[in-house]
Structures are given as structure tokens and as C-alpha cells.
Design a binder for this molecule. Structure first.
Ligand SMILES: [Mg+2]
Length: 289
């Protein structure tokens, strides 16, 4: 529940979810009950995810305040205490610094949960995402200009919290293996590219589905996006964004048209083959544009 220690008037922020956005979470061994898989209450287990420290550092250099907003219902469930959550948060701050990252402007967490069993915390609360309370507290306490701010998280409720705080939906970035942004580092690069804060050129190209709703199956869309992330990683291309709709895939990379075309061609080859092995037709129309 602690806020930040410094305040500067009307600074844009990037709000980050904590678990599986900045640090490992669901891949860790389950803690003893009533804590559950995904609860991190032991500071010794804090591992900053790859690309996080560098991404945060570039955002800080571009003038963004970095603010963590994290649901910690584990406290209400009796699986950990506020002191344990704060010890994990402190370890995360420290680890980010050790890896060359910046000082975080604020770290907010919500210990409440309506189904909790610790009476003090067993209730719904305006800070619990998808409610926007933590972002609004940061706005007041840290002097954040929400209209120029962004949010990055790995869950729908993170995105909803940003939108509920009044952030533009296109400034609330979902990350994950099947999401438009692979990880927090990719989201940071995207934010910098959209803020004019980077000199690295980016290229956006799209590929049209073989039929107008040829990608209507969410499982197919998820496979295509995961393939794009995988191809980019193997090729050493920085994929900033992979946006997919029932009618097309649009990718933005750091770099020029040739690399972008190469990425799309490979995604087309792999996913058309994959579709064929499932008895489907080609997913993609003739030309990239
Ligand atoms: Mg998360």
C-alpha cells in the first residue's frame, strides 16, 4: 500500500503490473497453503524477467515515472502478510537497480479480496484491479498526468484497471506469449516508439487472411501471434507489436521493410503449413502489403 517517495508535477507514468509482468510468478513452485500458485511471498524467489531492467531504464530516461500496481489478495487469503509483500516489493526494487534499471517512483499493492478470510482485508476495495484506485492514488500522490500515461500488464484485469482510470485503451498494453506484446521489454520499446523518444526506425506491415474471417477462431489467432513472437526471437528481430483480427495480422518491428517482410513470410509459411496439417486451407491471401 506504500506510495512513492518523490513527486514531480504532472509527469506521465508507465504503470506496470508486478507478477509475470516484471518478475517471475506462475512458473515458481507453489508456496504453502493458504497461499497458492502465483503468490510470491518469499523475497528470495524474486527474479526479474528478461528485458525488464533495460526497458524500465529507457522509459525513465524518456521522462516517464515508473509505478507498480499489484493485486495481492494473498494477504486477505491469509497466505502472506503485508510485511512479506513489502519485502518482496523491496527485493524487486533492489534487483531492478542491480540489473541497471531505474528507481521506481511508486509501488502500490492491494491486500484486499472479497473472498478473503482475514477479516481486516476480506472485502472488495477500490484499489483492487480492475478498479482504478491504485492508479488514481498515484495520480494524486506522485503528480501523474494520466492523459499521457501507459499501462503494461499480463492480465485482462490490468488492462481494465487502466481503462477504468481513464487511460486511452490503446495505451493499455497486454503482454504474453499470445498477446500483442511479447513481454514488458517489447511494450517499453513500443511506448518509446510512440512517444518519439527513440531514434530506432520501426516498420509496420500487414498480412491479409485468405478469407475475411479466416482468423475468426481465437485459438488460431493465438497460434499465429505466438508463431510471430517465436520467429522474431529466432531471427533476432525485435517484434514490437503483433496485432491480430479475424481479417489480418499486423506486425511492427524495430528495423526496416526487408526484415519485416522476412518475418511475415516466415509466419505465413509456418502457419499455412500448420493449418494444412489440421486439414484446413491456407490462412493467408497472396500478398503482404
Ligand atoms: Mg500479472
Amino acid at each position: 500500500m506504500s506510495g512513492g517517495s518523490y513527486s514531480q508535477r504532472m509527469k506521465p507514468a508507465v504503470f506496470f503490473d508486478r507478477d509475470d509482468t516484471l518478475m517471475e510468478c506462475n512458473s515458481l513452485p507453489a508456496p504453502p497453503p493458504p497461499a497458492k500458485q502465483g503468490d510470491v511471498i518469499d523475497p528470495k524467489l524474486v527474479r526479474v524477467l528478461p528485458g525488464v531492467a533495460a526497458g524500465l531504464e529507457s522509459l525513465a530516461q524518456a521522462g516517464f515515472a515508473l509505478v507498480v500496481v499489484s493485486n495481492q489478495g494473498v494477504v486477505a487469503r491469509g497466505g502472506g502478510t503485508c510485511e512479506q509483500v513489502e519485502a518482496v516489493n523491496d527485493r524487486l526494487r533492489e534487483q531492478i537497480l542491480l540489473e541497471g534499471g531505474p528507481v521506481l517512483a511508486g509501488m502500490y499493492y492491494c491486500p484486499f479480496h472479497p473472498q478473503g478470510r482475514v477479516p481486516e482485508f476480506a472485502c472488495e476495495h477500490e484499489w483492487r484491479k480492475p478498479a482504478p484506485g491504485m492508479l488514481l492514488a498515484a495520480e494524486r500522490e506522485l503528480g501523474i498526468d494520466l492523459s499521457r500515461s501507459w499501462l503494461v500488464g499480463d492480465a485482462t484485469r490490468d488492462i481494465e484497471a487502466g481503462v477504468n482510470a481513464g487511460l486511452a485503451p490503446e495505451r493499455c498494453l497486454l503482454i504474453g506469449p499470445e498477446a500483442p506484446f511479447a513481454d514488458a521489454g517489447a511494450a517499453a520499446s513500443w511506448i518509446l516508439s510512440q512517444s518519439g523518444a527513440t531514434r530506432t526506425p520501426s516498420t509496420t506491415m500487414s498480412m491479409v487472411a485468405a478469407s475475411p474471417d479466416g482468423l475468426s477462431d481465437p485459438g488460431v489467432r493465438a497460434t499465429v501471434v505466438a508463431t510471430a513472437h517465436g520467429v522474431a526471437e529466432r531471427a533476432g528481430v525485435r517484434l514490437l507489436k503483433a496485432a491480430i483480427s479475424p481479417g489480418m495480422l499486423e506486425v511492427t518491428i524495430e528495423g526496416g521493410r526487408l526484415a519485416c517482410l522476412g518475418l511475415l513470410t516466415e509466419v505465413r509459411r509456418i502457419t499455412n503449413h500448420w493449418s494444412g496439417t489440421r486439414g484446413g486451407g491456407p490462412l493467408w491471401a497472396g500478398e503482404e502489403g
